[in-house]
Ligand binder design. Structure first.
Ligand code: SF4
Ligand code: SF4
Length: 400
């Protein structure tokens, strides 16, 4: 695709990089077939090819407008389009470059964005806000009410190895998950300790940067990423892996090398694994069993796991290996509509995508749904007729 940058953008690294990405696109439209928003509206501008044209026009004209903002904001950043593109167009990176340039949002959107970005960079403040929201649930706006559900009581975890020390593992707390479903990390901590690992929590851990990055606040994202990198780097002694249990965070942490461009960032990114990679890796020798008396499970692979990290079968294999039956799910690669904060800004599209997703997930009458990301779990459970678990809640150490 031919592209001539507007004078203001010539020589600007990010714009030159965006132009490089756009030039790879051969307009074949194969990406539209898997794009959830294109499938929802049928509008070319709600598909990846149309959005690439919009970014191209923005870079050529040197300015943005309401239409560009509206259709780029409507993108879930699920990256399903990347998985089928024959030209290797890095669509996710393109949107990441374009979003900070967008304007023309309503005052409501601007305030909500600023609030979420502030909360994301202060995990303690987020936890307080979540507790307050849960206590005052009935007073919160209807569209947010379903998000506030108190976590079930869980046992305080054992973090020290209960048998011979096999190694040290950093377990990331994350911001949202640590407030909403702390039982997920508590369970994994005890599981790893039982398997002989010392589980390290990094006190200075902060937001991984995924949320501000998706909201187009790239400078803020870089600041929190650097802060997080510093915290992780000073705790790496003897560490075999840095484990993330929320795929939305894991995908960003694995990308620190590209995003921050330093040797330290590349080193940390190289240590990051999703919990499924760790538990499936024979070298760690962790044997599991089923934790709950359920048989039929519907597995929902979050986009950040399947399209972002290109993982997904690991969890399915683990769940089957402990005795669960995974029911078939149609259109398994389609986003559930959560997409970080998307459901707050685009509730109609998010709810329509969720409805379709739940129809597919529940078509074969599972007893529960399993997923791997807190955003998907919170979004799906608001409308699901069966419980929605993080898959780690379904497994336990074999001899526990
Ligand atoms: S990231 Fe997802 S929603 Fe956005 S254009 Fe690609 S497939 Fe469509
Ligand atoms: S599949 Fe790739 S090359 Fe084809 S239109 Fe989409 S982004 Fe462009």
């Amino acid at each position: 695709m031919k592209l001539d940058l507007a004078e203001d953008f010539v020589g600007a690294e990010a714009s030159e990089q965006a132009a490089e990405i756009i030039r790879k696109c051969v307009h074949c439209g194969m990406c539209n077939a898997v794009c959830p928003t294109y499938r929802l509206t049928g509008n070319e501008l709600d598909g990846p090819r149309g959005r690439i044209y919009l970014v191209k026009s923005m870079l050529e004209e040197g300015k943005t407008n309401r239409v560009v903002t509206q259709h780029l904001d409507r993108c879930l950043t699920c990256r399903a389009c990347e998985t089928v593109c024959p030209s290797g167009v890095e669509y996710g990176e393109l949107v990441e470059i374009a979003r900070p340039k967008l304007k023309h949002r309503s005052p409501y959107q601007r305030v909500l964005r600023a609030g979420l970005i502030t909360l994301a960079s202060r995990p303690r403040l987020f936890r307080l806000a979540f507790r307050a929201g849960t206590a005052l649930r009935v007073l919160s706006p209807r569209r947010f009410r379903g998000l506030f559900t108190a976590p079930p009581p869980s046992q305080p975890p054992t973090a020290s190895p209960t048998k011979g020390l096999k190694g040290r593992i950093i377990l990331l707390d994350g911001c949202v998950q640590s407030a909403v479903t702390p039982q997920v990390n508590a369970g994994l901590t005890s599981l790893l300790a039982g398997a002989g690992f010392s589980v390290v929590r990094v006190k200075q851990e902060t937001c991984c940067g995924a949320l501000p990055l998706h909201l187009g606040a790239k400078r803020k994202a870089m600041r929190v990423m650097n802060k997080n990198l510093k915290a992780l780097t000073s705790n790496l002694e003897g560490v075999e892996a840095i484990v993330s249990t929320a795929s939305g965070c894991g995908v960003t942490l694995k990308d620190y090398g590209r995003l921050l461009g330093t040797e330290a960032a590349r080193h940390v990114a190289g240590l990051v694994v999703d919990a499924s990679e760790l538990l499936a890796d024979a070298k760690f020798g962790i044997k599991l069993r089923a934790a709950l008396p359920l048989r039929r499970i519907a597995w929902q692979a979050p986009c950040t796991l399947a399209s972002g990290m290109r993982l997904g079968t690991e969890v399915e294999t683990l769940l089957k290996s402990v005795g669960y039956t995974l029911v078939p799910v149609a259109d398994a690669n389609q986003c559930c509509g959560s997409a970080g904060t998307y459901s707050m800004f685009e509730p109609d599209a998010a709810n329509a995508l969720r409805e379709k997703k739940l129809q597919n997930l529940q078509a074969d009458s599972p007893e529960a749904i399993a997923t791997a990301n807190i955003g998907c779990q919170m979004h799906l459970r608001q409308a699901s007729s069966v419980p929605v678990y993080h898959w780690l809640e379904l497994v336990r150490l074999e001899d526990d």
